[in-house]
Write a protein that binds this ligand. Sequence first.
Ligand SMILES: Nc1ccn([C@@H]2O[C@H](COP(=O)(O)OP(=O)(O)OP(=O)(O)O)[C@@H](O)[C@H]2O)c(=O)n1
Ligand SMILES: C/C(=C\CO)CCC[C@H](C)CCC[C@H](C)CCCC(C)C
Length: 318
Amino acid sequence: MLARMTPLSLTPTFSLLLHRHRRLVHRSLIDLPFSYSSPHCFSPKPTSVLHFHFLYRPPHATTTRSSSPSFTPVAAAGGALLQDAGATAAVLAGAYCLVLAFETLTEREVIKQNLSRKLVHISSGLLFAISWPIFSTSKEARYFASLVPLVNCLRLVIYGLSLAPDDGLIKSVTREGNPEELLRGPLYYVLILIFCSLVFWRESPVGVITLAMMCAGDGVADIMGRRFGSVKLPYNQQKSWVGSISMFIFGFLISIGMLYYYSALGYFQLDWMSAIQRVAFVALLSTVVESLPTTETVDDNISVPLTSMVAAYLSFGF
Ligand SMILES: Nc1ccn([C@@H]2O[C@H](COP(=O)(O)OP(=O)(O)OP(=O)(O)O)[C@@H](O)[C@H]2O)c(=O)n1
Ligand SMILES: C/C(=C\CO)CCC[C@H](C)CCC[C@H](C)CCCC(C)C
């Protein structure tokens, strides 16, 4: 099985994760598994579906058994705490560097403000979700992870209310350069990240799909629509066929990619034929909602994730 995995041309980070998981499983004699009660899409027999079933990490396992007498539950809890603190610091630093990189690119006029905003929109949420496996398996891990968008939320509130100046941040994540803009789209965006990490975390496809649709789907719609969207939708002259079709395709593909990532790591198992149809349904519904002429009333960073969340919840269960 291990030999069959190697040619999958995994990225170095992913390989590292797999290695860590392997070590964890060897050490802790983890029993498989945990299955979802969701109607049709989750397989109750992970061993038959999951290629990496031996990497499985039970979601709330804080204690592990070991042959080593020094490996006590207290030590395990201490290790988890340390791991979560380290992961939080690393992801916070990553978030800071990402925004700083786009600030610099915008300030040097390498990319336009609008493109910078959309690239931050696409990359930050997806990278945040991709970072979840580096947090421990403890119950507290999701709270640690949600500290990252929470800190960014406070940053947006402070600069949005002009309590302190930060021209770089404003330039890289707003449309027109007004500080108050931080309190709309970007703020809703980080609130959705907080909600998804606290409620769904990495154990449910719902949060993962919601973030993929909001970050990749909605973000790519804007980039493609602005460039190639000359043919407008009949019911909305602000949006185009190219934008909406791109949203559907990218939202769908990135959702499937993220689901594959999490199922390969053993957080959940899917019946792929059924999952693909369900993701297509979620992507279609979110695309239709995004295309409606409601942008003035409801921000896309609220309407798209809420639609995806409800549709994914109805399709996959929790
Ligand atoms: N389905 C879509 C979505 C967007 N666009 C293009 O992207 C631009 C921005 O769309 P939208 O996301 O509604 O813009 P904002 O409200 O400015 O951005 P945000 O949602 O990030 O606040 C539109 O003017 C349009 O040119 C498009 O052509 N088709
Ligand atoms: C421009 C944005 C929305 C408008 O539609 C997004 C704003 C994003 C925040 C300012 C930064 C968010 C950072 C994430 C919480 C964490 C990213 C971590 C990762 C490892 C880079």
